[in-house]
Design a protein around this ligand. Structure first.
Ligand SMILES: Nc1ncnc2c1ncn2[C@@H]1O[C@H](COP(=O)(O)OP(=O)(O)O)[C@@H](O)[C@H]1O
Ligand SMILES: [Mg+2]
Length: 321
């Protein structure tokens, strides 16, 4: 059982390519972390899976998306609508903007069930509140009466109300303070194992993903540039971009962490960069092939993959010598 993206591309108005050949596999019961600087295409990947985009003109322009062996791109609109929520739930960074301020939160969890025509709704709402460790009485309260952490739990309850096999959590704790963040991540980990849920945990925070995920995919400028088991990938990152992220966020030496940042910034999706899109920021880049040919995500023989022409050199791109 898995959710598989193969070479998924997303375009804007048949022009600008926002995602290019994104491939990932999320297995049931596993947490897959999706990391990368802001603008790298993490949210766009989530929208592509759900088949719902935040603006006009955005569409999946290529590739395949398979959900437990079913080709989602072949589904008609109505079937796709039934699939969302029922088979893949989604939660976002800011729970407030997805909750109606005028409705009790229990009613909003019920709505997630009503649109799918489920029976025994009142009992199911109580079950869902219990599942996310909220008291049943809280269902009668309004969003503004809840804390940020409680609101995110309500959204998780609504996303899981139809018992989907997969949950996409896009920066689910970024808006919360540190202790609440840990509680919500603990909750997600418990749900992952209790419900055998596949969790796509999208985060710009490498430390969160390193702690919480079994696998990782690193995105840069609309592409997956490295993927593999979390422990191995963070211990010995191979793509210069991943190496740079690790230096700036996970280095055990706090001074080293403070002093390091990857020069430059993520290019705009419209920027015409030939070859590897990371080459203007990369200390390892050479003219040929880095500036001329796009490196595909190349599987290595140890179950990891990276999209760097020169990663086989095996060195840290950012250390001298
Ligand atoms: N509604 C939109 N319309 C057009 N382009 C968008 C829209 N939302 C995001 N983008 C572009 O798509 C790219 C990926 O963005 P996004 O997936 O939001 O990044 P991330 O979630 O990793 O921060 C960026 O270049 C961004 O500018
Ligand atoms: Mg995002």
């Amino acid at each position: 059982m898995s959710l598989d993206l193969r070479n998924v591309s997303v375009r804007l108005d048949h022009g600008t390519q926002l995602l290019s050949h994104v491939s990932l596999t999320l297995r049931a019961g596993e947490a897959l972390g999706l990391v990368g600087e802001s603008g790298s295409g993490k949210s766009m990947t989530a929208f592509a899976i759900m088949g719902l985009f935040p603006g006009p003109g955005l569409a999946v322009s290529g590739g395949e998306i398979w959900l437990d062996g079913q080709d989602l791109r072949s589904l008609a609109t109505a079937a796709m609508r039934r699939m969302r929520g029922a088979r893949i739930g989604m939660v976002f960074q800011d729970p407030s903007s997805f909750l109606d301020p005028l409705l009790p939160v229990g009613t909003q969890i019920a709505e997630a069930l009503v649109v799918h025509g489920a029976a025994g709704i009142a009992a199911r709402v109580r079950d869902m509140l219990a599942l996310v460790e909220l008291p049943a009485a809280l269902g009668a309260r309004y969003p503004h009466e809840l804390s940020g952490g409680q609101r995110q739990r309500v959204l998780i309850a609504a996303a899981l109300a139809m018992r989907p096999g997969y949950l996409i959590a896009d920066e689910p704790t970024t808006a919360l303070d540190a202790t609440v963040q840990a509680d919500v991540l603990d909750l997600l980990a418990r749900l992952q194992s209790e419900l055998n849920l596949g969790v796509l945990l999208i985060s710009h925070d490498l430390a969160v993903v390193a702690q919480r995920c079994q696998s990782v995919a690193v995105m840069y400028a609309g592409r997956v540039v490295e993927q593999g088991p979390a422990a191995a990938l963070f211990a010995t990152p191979r793509h210069p971009y991943t190496q740079g992220l690790v230096h700036s966020t996970l280095a055990t030496d706090a001074d080293a962490r403070r002093l390091f940042s990857i020069p430059g910034r993520v290019p705009a999706a419209t920027a015409p960069i030939p070859g590897c899109r990371f080459h203007p920021r990369c200390p390892r880049a050479r003219i040929d092939p880095c500036q001329t040919e796009v490196p595909p995500l190349m599987p290595r023989d140890d179950g990891r993959a990276d999209a760097c022409w020169r990663s086989e050199l095996g060195q840290d791109a950012w250390s001298d010598g």
